[in-house]
Design a binder for this molecule. Structure first.
Ligand code: UDP
Ligand code: MG
Length: 305
């Protein structure tokens, strides 16, 4: 029984050794391999990885040609994982390695996916926390899959699930969405996230926002339907207003005046149209990217084959 542990690392030079040592002490008695993915780091992450992998035969690294993002780095690791179960975790020790034991046990009990949920992370930036709450509730409202708030990318899946992810050819991967969409027997572990061991968070606001938007638009086309419904509602209101205007004109002596209402409605409708165009554009962009069928990542260096 081999356990693969896939760890994307972007500028994590100061965390890698500590993380490996921790995993090594936790998984004593288990047969396991650790696959680090250097996601185009600009610090010494790759050198640290190379040195570590020279020392330990169960340590492997894959170096991507540039920064492809966390989700794609995860995919790279899963593609090369040979284990009977594949675990995915962050490189900054926020995902406590101790949990691996419980995950493995649950998997041995017959669960196909063991995923984790963070207890409210007080150390996390207030704005980041709120944004992720909003995004999760949006995803859950408008798509057919349910993702629990505070879900994290710390999970262990059976090799059968890993194979499904390997065979997935989506350009915009959202692994959290895929795993909950898959179904199978899932088990949830709630845990207290630790503080980042060292270094700064690599998910900038931009990256987080892009991940959220991708999460919404890659799991549902309901935003498109929403534009159609909005259009219908507004047309209906405009029709009612027209009836009212005709009534005033024909049956009363009053006159409807006001450039303000005209301006406001024109601007409102104009803005709404642009938003809807943006939503449509988001999907067309996805189709465009997907149709090019570019790989999710490019490996520049690795000792795996
Ligand atoms: N990461 C990555 N590529 C990126 C951004 C992040 O491989 O472009 C990795 C990072 O090294 C870490 C994990 O993804 O192992 C989670 O990143 P981070 O700790 O910054 O996110 P947070 O804990 O704030 O969710
Ligand atoms: Mg982190």
């Amino acid at each position: 029984m081999l356990i693969s542990i896939v760890i994307p690392a972007y500028n994590e030079e100061s965390n890698i050794i500590a993380l490996y040592d921790k995993i090594d002490t936790v998984l004593i008695g288990y047969e396991y391999e650790v696959i680090f993915i250097d996601d185009g780091s600009t610090d010494n992450t790759l050198d640290v990885l190379k040195a570590l992998c020279r020392q330990h035969s169960n340590c492997h690294y894959i170096s991507l040609s540039r920064n492809f993002g966390h989700q794609n780095a995860l995919k790279a690791g899963i593609d090369y994982a040979k284990g009977d179960a594949v675990a995915m975790m962050d490189a900054d020790l926020q995902h406590p390695p101790e949990l691996l034991i419980m995950m493995i046990e649950k998997w041995q009990e017959g669960y196909d996916i063991v995923y984790t949920q963070k207890k409210e992370d007080k150390s996390r930036n207030f704005l980041k926390r709120e944004i992720s709450n909003i995004v999760y509730s949006l995803i859950n409202k408008i798509s057919d899959i349910k993702i629990e708030p505070n879900a994290s990318d710390y999970r262990l899946v059976d090799s059968a699930i890993a194979k499904i992810i390997k065979n997935n050819t989506e350009s915009n991967l959202f692994i959290r969405g895929i795993t909950s969409w898959l179904g199978f027997k899932q088990y949830k572990i709630v845990y207290n996230p630790s503080k980042r061991f060292s270094g700064t968070p690599k998910y900038t606001f931009g990256k987080l926002a892009a991940l959220g938007l991708n999460g919404i638009t890659s799991s549902s086309v309901r935003p498109l339907r929403f534009s159609a419904i909005c259009g219908a509602v507004i047309s209906f209101l405009a029709f009612l207003y027209a009836l009212y205007a005709i009534y005033i004109k024909l049956f009363t002596n009053e006159e409807i005046v006001g450039w303000a209402s005209v301006l406001v409605s024109v601007l409102f409708i104009g803005g709404l149209q642009l938003i809807m165009l943006g939503i449509i554009g988001e999907y067309i962009g996805k189709v465009f990217i997907q149709s090019k069928q570019r790989p999710n990542y490019i490996i520049s260096e690795s000792e795996l084959d």
